[in-house]
Structure formats: C-alpha cells, structure tokens
Design a protein around this ligand. Structure first.
Ligand SMILES: Nc1ncnc2c1ncn2[C@@H]1O[C@H](COP(=O)(O)OP(=O)(O)O)[C@@H](O)[C@H]1O
Ligand SMILES: [Mg+2]
Length: 226
C-alpha cells in the first residue's frame, strides 16, 4: 500500500503524521519505505537519527527522492504485499506533490485548525486529487486527519466555521486525531512512538487508530469503486 501525505502548506504535521504511521506499520510487521521527497530531507534525517540511537528497525528503508521520476520509481519498486510505502513532500505546490499523489493508493491530508490550513487541505481534495485521477485514470481516495489538536480546539466556538468547511467538503475525516503531544515532537529525535523507555500510550493508541482509519477508508473506497 502506498500512502502520501499531501497539503501545500508547511507545518501542518505531514512529516509527523507519517512518522507516527511508520511507527505503527513497523510495529505491526510491515516492511516500511519512507520516500523523502522534501528538499529539506527531514525524513532522511530522522532515519539517520534512529540509526544512531539504535532504534532503526531493519524493516525500515529510506529513499531520498528529489525529483518526480525518483518518487514514482521508488514507490513502484518498494510497493508489495506486506509493505507500506509512505511519501513525504514539502509543503508547497510542486511536481513532487503531484508525483506523490499520482503514485498513491490513498492520500492523508493532515489538517490543523487554522483557516490557511483548511483552505490548503481543500485545494488538495478539490483540485490536485482530481487532476491526479484524471491523469492516471483510477480513483484516489483521501482522508482528512486532524493534527495538533488541543482540548480547546474540540470546544472552541470560533472553530465551528472551519469545522463546517471541512465537513462540507465530503472527504472522510479519520475518527481518530493526532493530539498535540510531546511524544510527536519527540519524533524529531531518534525515536519512534514505541522506542522511548516510557512510550506515550495515548499517542500510540490514537496513531494506531489513525492507521486503521486510513486502511478502512481505502478498503471502503475500493469497495465503492468496484
Ligand atoms: N500532533 C503533534 N503534537 C505536537 N507537535 C506536533 C504535532 N504534529 C506536528 N508537530 C510539530 O509541529 C511542527 C511541524 O510539524 P511537521 O510534521 O514537520 O509539519 P510539515 O511536515 O507539515 O511541515 C514540528 O515542530 C512538529 O514537531
Ligand atoms: Mg515535512
């Protein structure tokens, strides 16, 4: 299965979400390939930090892919039965973003509750995904994942309009969300969700939930397309 995280906006939590999904997939025994299509190469750095900390599973591969062609080739090469390929791109509209969409079985769109982020998410579902679908001629399901959620976000009246925009879009929203947690910030060091001496059980539970939500959305979309 090939999953890309896409939104033409930095800082929404794309790379963090992919690291959380990678952690879960590795834990569940999948062979995981991270395709780093971001010029800043933050995924590559994470893989290196994991290695240095002695936390890098043998089943994790990192491919640095800086051009659309490299992204497409890596996705095809590493896709397999018990594998999860995760494509990370930078938060801007470019050919790498399109290549990630083109190659994917499903797109996860991390949404942070802010107007810019919500409009950028909708740009993906309403503009870029249809473009990719037209070019490749097969459906491309997407799922919104709320990221960096705080208790305030769940209640704030000021966010109700943003919530209404998201819901009106028609793209499924994952039942589980990634809350604002230190455990996710720690994914910028040589840690997976499971490697710390005292792993954050809540972060693990919600990330496993998001992983299942993504698989469920994909299965459902395929059933509907059939
Ligand atoms: N759920 C979360 N909880 C706490 N911090 C988060 C969470 N998601 C992302 N962050 C932090 O927000 C910043 C941007 O996240 P990142 O995943 O790098 O975004 P992107 O890849 O979309 O640019 C990073 O400092 C990251 O650690
Ligand atoms: Mg990133």
């Amino acid at each position: 299965m090939i999953i890309s995280a896409a939104i033409a906006k930095g800082g929404t939590g794309k790379s963090t979400l992919l690291r959380a999904l990678a952690s879960v997939a590795l834990k569940r025994g999948y062979a995981v390939t991270l395709i780093d299509g971001d010029v800043r190469q933050n995924m590559s750095r994470w893989a290196q930090m994991l290695k240095e900390a002695g936390n890098r599973p043998e089943t994790l591969q990192l491919v640095s892919a800086t051009t659309p062609r490299e992204i497409l080739e890596a996705a095809e090469l590493h896709n397999g039965d018990r594998s999860v390929v995760l494509i990370d791109t930078e938060g801007t509209t470019n050919d790498n973003l399109m290549a990630g969409l083109f190659a994917s079985d499903i797109v996860v769109v991390p949404i942070f509750f802010a107007l810019d982020d919500v409009t950028a998410a909708i740009q993906i579902t309403d503009h870029y995904i249809p473009l990719a679908v037209e070019t490749r001629g097969r459906p491309l399901p997407a799922v919104f994942v709320l990221t960096k959620q705080t208790i305030i976000d769940a209640k704030a009246r000021a966010l109700s309009e943003l919530r209404a925009i998201i819901q009106a879009n028609g793209t499924p929203i994952a039942d589980h969300a990634l809350h604002n947690r230190v455990a996710y910030r720690d994914l910028q060091s040589g840690q997976t969700l499971y490697s710390p001496d005292q792993p954050d059980a809540k972060a693990i539970a919600e990330s496993e939930g998001v992983f299942d939500d993504v698989l469920k959305t994909f299965t459902e979309a395929m059933r509907q397309a059939a």
